[in-house]
Design a binder for this molecule. Structure first.
Ligand SMILES: CC(C)(COP(=O)(O)OP(=O)(O)OC[C@H]1O[C@@H](n2cnc3c(N)ncnc32)[C@H](O)[C@@H]1OP(=O)(O)O)[C@@H](O)C(=O)NCCC(=O)NCCS
Length: 173
């Protein structure tokens, strides 16, 4: 029996950091992992992940598959001066490692993300995604995200521009 679990991390134990780095490397190797095109050296990846926990506006959600960290998503809250945008929270850096895909982990993570955003009083979630990420686009649209914009020169990979799709979902009055 396979088990998925989601969890908001405020610190890493040794296994977590190793697993999160491995999952990131695997996601980058099969196509997309944040904005890296090829995996950076392990020490840089570790610094990146340690840094995520230090940024005051960021919170880190991980998805576990049979206990091992297999995916992550980050909640980026508006800066304290952004009073006009205080209703909106950003979802970014969302992926599930290839070996754990197709078991509902991303859907569980998205549900947890939305629940957490509501608990924190946000009324809207925004995100953007490359047009090539068909799985992610299906996931977001099935979850009620609405596409409001397209940016032509969103990502530059292998000398080719890829369009970016911008989505939003209203989650409260
Ligand atoms: C997109 C991604 C997060 C999905 O992870 P996952 O754990 O396999 O997704 P789930 O098993 O929870 O699937 C949930 C839903 O997503 C959609 N979906 C996921 N993968 C899909 C695919 N390859 N094609 C079509 N729909 C897909 C389906 O709507 C699915 O619902 P269903 O089970 O009713 O068909 C994962 O494939 C991934 O990390 N991709 C690369 C990185 C990426 O695109 N990140 C998001 C943009 S930055």
């Amino acid at each position: 029996m396979h088990a998925t679990k989601t969890e908001w991390l405020t610190e890493f134990d040794d296994d977590d950091l190793d697993e999160i780095c491995e999952a990131t490397e695997q996601a980058i190797e099969v196509g997309i992992g944040f904005d890296w095109i090829s995996p950076p050296p392990r020490d840089r990846l570790e610094s990146y992940w340690r840094g995520v926990l230090l940024v005051p506006e960021r919170e880190l959600l991980v998805g576990r598959y049979n206990g091992t960290v297999a995916g992550t998503a980050q909640m980026v809250r508006p800066a304290p001066n952004n009073q006009a945008g205080a209703h909106n929270v950003i979802l970014n850096s969302f992926f599930v490692a290839p070996w754990a895909r197709g078991h509902g982990l991303a859907r569980d993570m998205l549900d947890d993300f939305e629940k957490h955003a509501r608990t924190r009083g946000f009324r809207q979630i925004s995100l953007d995604v490359r047009e090539t990420q068909e799985g992610a686009i299906a996931l977001y649209e099935n979850a009620g995200f609405v596409r409001w914009g397209i940016k032509p020169n969103y990502a530059l990979v292998g000398g080719q521009f890829i369009r970016g799709f911008f989505y939003t979902k209203d989650i409260g009055a």
